[in-house]
Design a protein around this ligand. Structure first.
Ligand code: HEC
Ligand code: HEC
Length: 423
């Protein structure tokens, strides 16, 4: 095959961080246990659900205060209703346990680094505890302290109050919530050599259990494309045509490179902007400057990390803010971003109703100076793609869907030790 040099090496199980099965089992329970959230009303699984291939099916998620999962999730009512949408799309968690992963989040604000002596450069800086064994374990500590995701608002609960004080003040309170539940105490003492009694359970054990679960649960290397790379069954003629475009003329592999389909780098694609934005203390505009928010480099403005494309057919909507609901739409956007933006309409965003937030949802689009800045920030060279070529690329992306994507090793548990209801 002419493209052999461009094709990635096969992905194999030994390229992932090993996970201890007992720790992964604890992580599975914690992942769906609302005990970790300030108001005991949301879990990791609410936004990274097994039924939705590890995502939430929404453009912008609904954090604590909302109810339900996926397209049925609502923004809540009365005092408890959400005060803000989550500013970014919830990514699925495929293959982030791969040993080559260097950074996480759409802006890479968590990365492997020695700068603070704890192994990671993160928003918690030197307050992130030592002893988190993989980047996924470190990541798991952040949603717990995020006001609109899991922690809740100050005065509502002890965790939210502590976060308001300093990020690391909340973690011991969360660890205590877990260790006073006898079933968890037993599971942790059995699984962790340095946990003799419940008193020894720290937030790092919780992070390492969640990390062990995520790293082993969301591995994906059993798609038709993998079979093809390993010399097995052939792909359909249309998928092969798409593959040739992907690794050839359409240049997709220049960014979606290697077995993970990501260069783990940051590029500006100028997606249509909406939502509350990731506002910063000195930048209250409802916009998301992406990588620049982390690096403070002007050249990084509006850049986002290249997402992995594994199981992408199962994890719509697409982009850091979920601006597009279908693969042809996001492929067309890559091919000609400005034309795609001018034909984009608000109903293309999948946003659960929240009438009290409507004034904010699209306010950024009436800021003509900001829109001009975003339109001018583009790291992608438009390529002309015909409708059949887009269909071929779509067929190739479908060949990245794992045969076992929806039947994972552990799956969603039926109940959790806190006894709280599961999403
Ligand atoms: C309210 C929805 C919500 C909840 C609850 C939630 N997440 Fe997320 N998660 C997100 C969003 C949105 C992002 C992207 C944030 C960003 O990049 O700024 C994300 C990002 C991540 C990432 C990074 C993935 C990547 O490829 O960069 C991981 C890992 C993750 N979440 C795990 C968890 C775990 C573990 C929990 C529970 C402790 C959790 N999430 C709870 C919405 C949620
Ligand atoms: C210049 C680098 C670059 C090139 C070239 C590129 N992409 Fe992307 N792609 C990205 C980035 C960055 C994003 C995320 C953008 C954002 O969220 O703002 C993305 C997002 C996507 C998504 C959405 C994934 C998700 O989970 O949300 C798909 C699908 C995709 N690209 C497919 C393609 C295809 C097909 C091609 C070739 C026609 C291609 N890309 C070419 C960088 C690139």
């Amino acid at each position: 095959m002419a493209l052999a040099n461009g094709l990635p090496a096969p992905l194999t199980p030994d390229q992932f961080h090993p996970s201890d099965p007992q720790k992964a089992r604890i992580g599975q329970l914690l992942f769906y246990d609302k005990i970790l959230s300030g108001n005991r009303n949301i879990s990791c699984g609410t936004c990274h659900h097994h039924d939705l291939a590890g995502a939430d099916g929404l453009s912008l998620g609904i954090g604590e205060g909302g109810t339900g999962v996926g397209a049925k999730r609502t923004a809540g009512t009365g005092e408890d209703r959400i005060r803000k949408r989550i500013p970014r799309n919830a990514p699925a968690l495929w293959n982030i346990g791969h040993k080559s992963i260097r950074n996480l989040f759409h802006d890479g604000r968590l990365s492997i680094s020695d700068i603070y002596g704890n192994g990671y450069n993160s928003p918690a800086e030197e307050w992130l505890p030592q002893g988190l064994d993989t980047i996924t374990a470190a990541q798991a500590l952040f949603p717990l302290t995020a006001q609109f995701e899991m922690a809740g608002n100050p005065k509502e609960n002890q965790i939210a109050g502590a976060v308001h004080d300093r990020i690391d003040a909340a973690w011991p309170i969360i660890a205590k919530r877990v260790r006073v539940i006898p079933e968890y105490a037993e599971l942790f003492t059995n699984a962790f050599a340095d946990v003799q009694t419940a008193q020894d359970i720290r937030i790092t054990h919780i992070g390492n259990a969640l990390g062990a679960f995520i790293n082993s649960e969301w591995q994906s290397y059993q798609s038709p494309f993998d079979d093809f790379l390993n010399g097995g069954a052939a792909l359909s003629a249309q998928a092969v045509a798409g593959m040739q475009l992907f690794y050839g003329k359409a240049n997709c592999a220049s960014c979606h490179s290697g077995p993970l389909f990501s260069d783990q780098n940051f590029h500006a694609l100028s997606l249509p902007a909406f939502g509350p934005g990731r506002t910063r203390r000195f930048d209250p505009i409802a916009r998301d400057v992406g990588r620049m928010g982390e690096s403070d480099q002007l050249e990084d403005a509006y850049r986002f990390r290249t997402p992995s494309l594994r199981n992408v057919a199962l994890t719509a909507p697409y982009g850091h803010n979920g601006a597009f609901r279908t693969l042809p739409q996001i492929i067309r956007h890559h091919a000609d971003p400005l034309a795609s933006k001018s034909s984009w309409t608000r109903d293309m965003a999948q946003l659960p109703d929240a009438s009290w937030l409507e004034a904010i949802d699209f306010v950024i689009q009436s800021d003509s100076r900001e829109m001009a800045r975003q339109n001018a920030s583009l790291d992608i060279t438009p390529v002309a793609l015909t409708t059949p070529e887009i269909a071929a690329l779509e067929a190739f992306l479908h060949s990245l869907t794992d045969k076992n994507a929806l039947t994972r090793p552990l799956g969603r548990p039926n109940k959790v030790p806190s006894g709280l209801p599961l999403d």
